[in-house]
Design a protein around this ligand. Structure first.
Ligand SMILES: [Zn+2]
Length: 400
């Protein structure tokens, strides 16, 4: 299907004679896990867009290479979509291109040596759809292009997260996402689940062809979000299963600003930490703590009191990492998620209600009584519990 296509005329690349440029601080927008700023090309002075990793992102800048690959992979679908529209009444009326970014390196300033993405600047940026299936239904051509990519790849891939603006007579897309059955395009490629989810939300329009491949009975797996790109990949934490990662409790943030000092069974946080240190509660078959990974990569706990207990155990040397389940903003979690995020310090620490004590990422950020921490440290003999024990305990204590 793609072999005879001239894809290059659909690429909007950096000028080939531009190899350096200037950066500005003005933030133009935010995408995925990136910050977008304005820049100019060194020779022509023409405007450019630069993208950096946000501070605190847990992805490595290798994800820039994924972005370049996704943009290059999008070209053939855009070219084939044009060839299709030439056979319809819309012949000659549609012109879409895609920005192909390059990975550049900063040669000066405080971020010298850091990678960035550079691509031509686009004005009047608009978002047409997202990788989680949200869509601006008035942007009919964009929705059809995404559906077409699924058809043209014989159900292997989906081009989405379509956004961009007009340059001359063309719509130029930027920061597109490719999703694939093999999940080969990095953090924002949500795999077959993401493809099914996207198609479950898609409604065909006049630019779609009834003969295109579709996913009949496609199910919705997570909440379509329009403003952000949903990321799934556990980039820095070692993946255990498709949705589980093993991380230090201090790398998980609180969603609440304050918590009660106790669980429904009447035990306080300290008593619970001691129970775990004594391994009194390790044996029950209990589900894992659930976390949400937000757009910039940070993990947030849906179980604040359990996280507080884990943090105490970690700072006392009783636990290294815990296994947690990453939940997307699934339909069943969406309301709970919104209700829960009350933290005012990014989830770094949490106040125990009653006012006096705060639990942070380490002992310095924590003002829990020293003697209590000593108790946790000394409970039974001073051994680190096997990581596996921590995947199961405390699930029966609810967080409300
Ligand atoms: Zn369609």
């Amino acid at each position: 299907m793609f072999s005879t296509l001239d894809t290059e005329r659909f690429a909007n690349r950096n000028p080939s004679d531009e190899h350096h440029g200037f950066l500005f601080d003005s933030v133009q927008g935010e995408g995925k896990y990136k910050r977008v700023t304005n820049g100019t090309y060194g020779r022509s002075g023409a405007p450019a867009a630069d993208k950096y990793l946000k501070t605190g992102a847990t992805f490595s800048s290798d994800c820039f290479d994924d972005d370049v690959r996704a943009a290059e992979a999008a070209l053939k679908y855009i070219a084939a979509f044009h060839r299709y529209t030439e056979t319809t009444v819309y012949r000659g009326k549609i012109s879409i291109k895609v920005n192909i970014p390059q990975v550049w390196m900063q040669s000066g300033g405080v971020l010298v040596g850091q990678k960035m993405l550079r691509e031509p600047f686009i004005e009047n940026f608009q978002k047409f759809n997202s990788n989680s299936g949200a869509a601006d239904v008035t942007a009919t051509v964009a929705q059809a292009l995404s559906h077409f990519s699924y058809h043209a790849s014989d159900g292997r891939e989906l081009l989405c997260d379509l956004q961009g603006g007009k340059i001359g007579d063309s719509y130029v897309l930027s920061d597109v996402v490719m999703m694939s059955m093999e999940k080969k395009f990095g953090n924002t490629d949500l795999g077959s689940t993401g493809i099914e989810n996207w198609l479950s939300a898609h409604r065909c329009n006049q630019f779609c062809c009834s003969g295109w491949k579709n996913w009949s009975g496609a199910r919705q797996h997570f909440q379509p979000v329009f403003s952000t790109t949903t990321t799934l990949e556990a980039a820095t934490a070692p993946a255990i299963g498709p949705e589980c990662v093993r991380v230090r409790p201090s790398a998980i943030m609180f969603t609440h600003d304050s918590i009660k000092d106790g669980f429904q069974d009447g035990h306080s946080l300290l008593q619970t930490a001691l129970q775990i240190a004594r391994e009194e509660v390790g044996k029950r078959d209990i589900p894992m703590i659930a976390v949400v990974r937000v757009g910039d990569g940070r993990l947030f706990a849906l179980d604040n009191r359990r996280l507080a207990v884990f943090r105490l155990l970690e700072m006392c040397g009783r636990v290294g990492t815990i296994k947690v389940e990453i939940v997307l903003v699934w339909t069943r979690w969406a309301d709970e998620w919104k209700r829960k995020v009350t933290t005012r310090n990014g989830g770094i620490s949490v106040l125990i209600r009653g006012g006096r004590y705060r639990i942070g990422r380490n002992e310095q950020e924590t003002n829990y009584p020293h003697t209590w921490l000593q108790q946790i440290r000394k409970e039974r003999d001073l051994k680190m519990m096997p990581d596996d024990h921590f995947s199961i305990f405390l699930g029966t204590f609810t967080d409300e």
